[in-house]
Unconditional design. Structure first.
Length: 91
């Protein structure tokens, strides 16, 4: 359908084999640090799947209550806390 924008399935991943909990928070969920829990596989990689509209989003991972960058993300924006947010472009 012309003019219709569809969501894209995005998988967030974070390797933390010894973590107890990992969440992903960002502009897509109002920076809610508990809205999107991730699941750990047997190799210790955590993942969460989300359907997002095309656009640009900022995000970070919360690992055992500590905010962390995505080590695989190359694009980052300075945040108001003196750290960086990771940038995701969904096309």
């Amino acid at each position: 359908m012309p003019g219709k924008t569809f969501k894209r399935r995005i998988t967030f991943k974070y390797h933390a084999p010894y973590a107890e909990t990992v969440f992903v928070a960002g502009s897509f969920n109002g920076w809610n640090s508990e809205a999107n829990p991730m699941k750990r596989n047997k190799e210790g990689t955590w993942s969460a799947v989300m359907d997002l509209f095309p656009g640009t989003y900022e995000y970070r991972f919360i690992v055992d209550d500590r905010w962390n960058d995505d080590p695989t993300c190359e694009i980052r924006n300075l945040n108001r806390y003196g750290g960086y947010n990771c940038v995701l472009h969904v096309s």
